[in-house]
Ligand binder design. Structure first.
Ligand SMILES: O=C(O)C(=O)C[C@H](O)C(=O)CO
Ligand SMILES: [Zn+2]
Length: 276
């Protein structure tokens, strides 16, 4: 498991493009036939991917977790952004089509991932945080999610927010998770931007056309930088950083958060004219 040590806002000021990419951007997840993880010291976030092809992929514990099994002290969010597949948890199977989301509660022991068709594999995005209580495992189908329409064509940020694991949805210990789909012709996410010191956020970009990129904006509002992000790459956003982006074409992204406040709208908004 790769280990990422987050920079603070002071070290951020000294970082060049490569430093920023090495620290805040996760590349090379989603390898066919593999399950992969990275451990981020901030909020003890574990970010991963599972792309089952020939057989099932098992969620094994990692030495760094010092746990008898992966979810001994953790909870897990799963979003499928690929072909149809399933997740089996202690003998119970959940079928996940594209954009279906699953919450796996603390204490779940045997977890495995399969694809229905190795030629069109499921792409499971995984996000896990420590959990101090046990909440029931639950799945929500994309068709059952009520989207929140935000933005407009005029401001190039027309998009739909789908909340899956949150205060009024699937209950969790600290994980908040959902995704946002940009409308055709709209390119900006999370603009006007915000920060939230009470929790860190992880952006996982998907359905980014291979010939296109998202310019992800980060940093304190008065000193922003950008990361050029390709499909299925992940950006970690500390509480002091904005997280927003503009694509050269529309795309989707999964947002997930860990921290002490699960209210989705706990955000400190920043006027566009304040950004530097
Ligand atoms: O497009 C957006 O706006 C978002 O998706 C915002 C994220 O959900 C977020 O930053 C939540 O804190
Ligand atoms: Zn946010």
């Amino acid at each position: 498991m790769r280990l990422y040590q987050m920079a603070d806002a002071v070290r951020y000021e000294l970082m060049n493009t490569e430093d920023l990419r090495d620290t805040f951007l996760l590349e090379e997840l989603f390898q066919p036939g593999e399950i992969e993880f990275a451990y981020v010291d901030l909020d003890r976030t574990v970010i991963g991917s599972a792309v089952p092809t020939k057989g099932a992929l098992k969620l094994e514990t990692e030495p760094e977790l010092r746990a008898d099994y992966f979810l001994e002290r953790r909870e897990l969010g799963v979003l499928n952004v690929g072909g149809p597949g399933s997740v089996t948890i202690d003998g119970k199977t959940f079928d996940l089509d594209k954009l279906d989301c699953l919450y796996v509660g603390r204490g779940s022991k045997d977890v495995s991932f399969t694809s229905n068709d190795a030629a069109n594999p499921a792409n499971f995005y995984l996000l896990s945080y420590p959990a101090h209580a046990e909440y029931p495992t639950a799945m929500v189908k994309f068709a059952d999610l009520k989207g929140l329409e935000l933005g407009s064509v005029e401001t190039c940020n027309k998009r739909t927010i789908y909340k899956a694991i949150y205060k009024e949805g699937i209950k969790s210990c600290q994980l908040v998770m959902g995704f946002t789909l940009l409308a055709s012709g709209s390119n900006w996410n999370t603009m006007p931007a915000h920060t939230h010191m009470r929790r860190s956020e992880v952006y996982f970009y998907f359905d980014v056309d291979p010939a296109h990129r998202v310019f992800h904006l980060m940093g304190p509002p008065e000193a922003t930088s950008h990361l050029v992000v390709a499909d299925k790459e992940v950006v970690v956003s500390p509480g002091w950083s904005i997280h927003a982006g503009v694509g050269t074409k529309n795309y989707g992204f999964c947002w997930g958060m860990g921290g002490e406040n699960q209210a989705y709208d706990d955000m400190d908004g920043i006027a566009i004219a304040e950004l530097r």
